[in-house]
Ligand binder design. Structure first.
Ligand code: HAM
Length: 425
């Protein structure tokens, strides 16, 4: 019987070497930018207890209700989940390792794959990558502004600032959200006949989520629903004003979007999204906000917090449009050889050359010099080092310059390093 072809899981992508180059450049740019703001990296497990995500993200959210890769550990029966996002794990780690003792604060970041069982399409995957940034223990609007400035600086550095805009909202405190929620329930109850099935269910359990509905028939109803901004408490309003003042000072344009509620329940006060119109339906490239209640909710002493996460695939798609894709870096030298003694000499030389910090690609196996030269040329190396019987016996190496008009040279191997130093640097 013919066996089924093995393929990657739907919505989970390979990142091939040609693309990986762009990923590496992106990650380096982001990590340097984060360092310049004093953020430190934290590395977190990909698997956490399912209960963590239920408690942090909320039981009645799309993520927890239908998108989690949750499973029972066959070995010990524990309920586990592939992380759908990084904030919950980051806060869990901060509490577990007592990072927030005595009012301490931390600026942290992490990078890696996240998993959500969504319907795959362009820009939406089941395994996708985030770079997340979390500021724990700081409550003022200044840190919210800093988090937003990090994004703005990055878009500038990547040359994609013109394609991305900032949307802001404030969700207020628990009381203002409760007052808004009550007003929403009244409003939607009065219009029950116009609600679709999903929204009817949400009306009972999480009426705020109705505002997230993408159903075109419901948009007019949603547009006219009571707005959270009308119920904001004075402290949250002052916080929000403090943030927008700092953004205005920094010359960062923003737009108030009173419908911005976010799909995770832990947020309060500031929420924001960086959006683009260039990627079709999946236009949010980076999103976050404040989550002052989460540390306490997960069992820590109360501590304020705020953060965001960027969607790496979406930003790379934008970046690729703005800039020619990064090319793989060629080796400095390509080493070719023929005959047993020559191969051993070549192998030794390759290691010594690498000890000097020179990138060396060595031909493996056996082939004619002609075939090896073709490979050397195709590799993009500047120099070919050639070991034949004669060279091996004499303790020498022939140096062929592949990218410049210059006579081939034969030198004792101990002189090779001065020559390479002169040619390559
Ligand atoms: P989120 O809005 O769920 O927030 O995800 C953040 C970003 O991840 C999105 O804006 C999007 O760019 C990307 N993203 C989400 N789902 C997918 C997907 N299926 N395929 C491709 N990209 C995707 C969070 O995850 C919060 N933890 C952010 C945060 C950190 N809030 C505070 N701190």
């Amino acid at each position: 019987m013919k066996q089924k072809k093995l393929q990657a899981v739907r919505g989970m992508n390979d990142i091939l070497p040609a693309e990986a180059e762009q990923w590496i450049e992106f990650e380096e740019t982001v990590s340097l930018c984060l360092r310049s703001y004093g953020y430190q990296q934290i590395r977190l497990p990909i698997v956490e207890h399912t209960a963590l995500f239920k408690r942090a993200i909320g039981e009645v959210t799309d993520i927890v209700e239908k998108e989690m890769y949750a499973f029972t550990d066959a070995l010990n029966g524990e309920e586990l989940t592939l992380r759908p996002e990084g904030t919950a794990g980051c806060v869990r780690a901060a509490i577990e390792h007592n990072l927030l003792a005595q009012g301490a604060s931390h600026r942290l970041w992490y990078a890696g794959p996240m998993f959500r069982h969504e319907r795959p399409q362009k820009g939406r995957y089941r395994q996708f990558h985030q770079i997340g940034v979390e500021a724990l223990g700081l409550e003022g609007p200044d840190i919210d502004a800093e988090l937003i400035l990090i994004g703005a600086r990055l878009w500038n550095e990547l040359g994609i600032a013109d394609d991305i805009s900032l949307e802001l909202n404030s969700l207020g405190d628990t009381e203002s959200r409760a007052a808004h929620r009550a007003a929403l329930v009244d409003y939607f109850n009065a219009h029950k006949g116009e609600l679709d099935e999903d929204s009817l269910r949400r009306l009972e359990r999480n009426p705020l989520r109705i505002l997230d509905s993408k159903n075109p028939d419901m948009q007019a109803l949603i547009e006219a629903a009571p707005k959270l901004t009308e119920y904001l408490d004075a402290a949250s309003r002052a916080h929000f004003d403090g943030l927008t003042r700092l953004l205005d000072d920094a010359g960062i344009p923003w737009r108030l979007n009173p419908r911005l509620v976010r799909g995770l329940d832990y947020y309060n006060r500031t929420v924001f999204e960086w959006v683009t119109t260039r990627l079709g339906a999946q236009g949010t490239v980076c999103a976050g906000g404040r989550y002052d209640g989460l540390v306490e909710q997960l069992g820590g002493k109360p501590a304020p917090a705020a953060g965001f996460a960027m969607g790496v695939e979406r930003l790379l798609a934008l970046w690729a449009e703005a800039e020619a894709p990064a090319q793989p870096t060629p080796p400095d030298v390509y080493i070719i050889h023929q005959g047993e003694a020559a191969r051993r000499a070549a192998f030794r030389c390759a290691e010594t050359v690498r000890d000097m910090g020179i990138d060396a690609l060595m031909f493996m196996g056996e082939a004619s010099f002609k075939a090896q030269f073709r490979k050397a040329d195709a590799s993009g190396a500047r120099v070919a080092l050639i070991f034949g019987d004669e060279e091996a016996q004499a303790g020498e190496v022939s140096v062929k310059f592949l990218r410049e008009e210059r006579e081939q040279q034969r030198v004792p191997t101990r002189q090779l390093f001065d020559l390479l130093d002169e040619v390559l640097y």
